[in-house]
Design a protein around this ligand. Structure first.
Ligand code: ATP
Length: 328
């Protein structure tokens, strides 16, 4: 491999910069040139790229976001898109591509692979932690801490005003952030896809524990952490339905994109560095259509095609414990 390319795709995640930095440093140490494509896969279509040199990756490990920018790329999902993307890689004599992103980005990479002669490897970068084949994705640890910081602050005002707060966290299909942040914040209830769906016609599973807590435990604040898309009409609609049903004001707070931002915590800088460096080393040893992940502390390869095959299970111990205590 003489020249490899890297891009960041899908939702940006803190720690992506650490991975880019490690890729550049490792490649440079092996005399391999690194091209950085901008704005995810769009860079392949728009031919927007630059050679990454040492000074480009200086002073970025502590920065959130991604210096290469990230984006969704509808062009890749058109019938001719994958062949066009591969054509750019061939035209620029790129021997290998590293895609830093989530399972959607890896699906895109697999489509490009059908038309591309070089090697492709994925690095899991998404705050959702919903990628199989790695214990944690880059950005997940920071997102939990960011959510916690906000929930702790909401707890103060909830306590002062004796209100019920519903805090909506990200994770379209996975309750990872919601469960972890909810547990760490000491939330009274956690609502996420893995706990079953909520119907407007039957809110008893949410209401009964609230009434129980207020009558028997005299709680002055009550926080429900909710994964996005848990209720038809959203978390604001759920707060309104609950206010109406129990006669106590329930407020919704949507954390939104705050969860993606901020300086990466140490764990994400280390994971980004490790997986970025591992990806380059494995490419040089011939790896193709693999994801660089970490299982039980060890860097491992996992077939790219399997990363989004099944729903990655959230911690069954914590799920069981939360369900046990959440109703008291
Ligand atoms: P996150 O979950 O953090 O948002 P992600 O990588 O899963 O990250 P997606 O929006 O699902 O984010 O995918 C990112 C990009 O990958 C899409 O904009 C598209 O360009 C490409 N992609 C996703 N799925 C496919 C697919 N089935 N075929 C071709 N390209 C795809």
């Amino acid at each position: 491999i003489k020249r490899l390319a890297v891009l960041t795709s899908g939702g940006d995640a803190p720690g992506m910069n650490a991975a880019i930095r490690a890729i550049q440093l490792t490649a440079a140490a092996c005399n391999v040139e690194v091209i950085g494509f901008k704005h995810g896969y769009n860079g392949l279509f728009e031919q927007e790229y630059k050679t990454l040199l040492g000074h480009h990756v200086q002073n970025i490990i502590q920065r959130g976001g991604t210096i290469l920018k990230s984006a969704r790329c509808p062009a890749l999902q058109t019938p001719d898109g994958p062949a066009q993307a591969a054509a750019t890689l061939h035209q620029l004599d790129i021997d290998a591509l590293i895609v830093i992103g989530g399972d959607g980005s890896f699906r895109g990479a697999l489509k490009i692979a059908k038309h591309y002669q070089g090697q492709i490897i994925g690095v899991p970068g998404t705050i959702d932690n919903d990628v199989d084949g790695t214990d944690n994705t880059i950005g997940y640890a920071t997102a939990i801490d960011t959510a916690l910081d906000a929930i702790d602050k909401i707890r103060d005002t909830a306590d002062a005003f004796e209100r019920i707060f519903l805090v909506e966290l990200m994770g379209r299909h996975s309750g990872y952030i919601t469960l972890s942040a909810g547990i760490a914040a000491g939330a009274e209830q956690i609502i996420c896809p893995e706990f079953g769906s909520l119907s407007p016609d039957d809110l008893r599973s949410v209401i009964t524990p609230i009434q129980h807590a207020q009558l028997l435990l005299g709680k002055s604040s009550y926080i429900i952490v909710v994964a996005e898309n848990s209720y038809p009409g959203g978390t604001t609609a759920l707060a309104e339905a609950l206010s109406h049903a129990i006669g106590i004001e329930c407020r919704a707070c949507i954390l939104g994109h705050i969860q993606r931002g901020g300086s990466p915590v140490g764990a994400d800088r280390i994971l980004g560095t490790k997986l970025g460096a591992f990806a380059v080393e494995q490419l040089l040893q011939g790896a193709h259509l693999q994801m660089a992940g970490e299982i039980n502390g060890e860097a491992v390869l996992y077939p790219l095609s399997k990363t989004g095959e099944r729903q990655k299970a959230i911690d069954p111990f914590l799920v069981r414990w939360q369900q046990q205590v959440g109703s008291y």
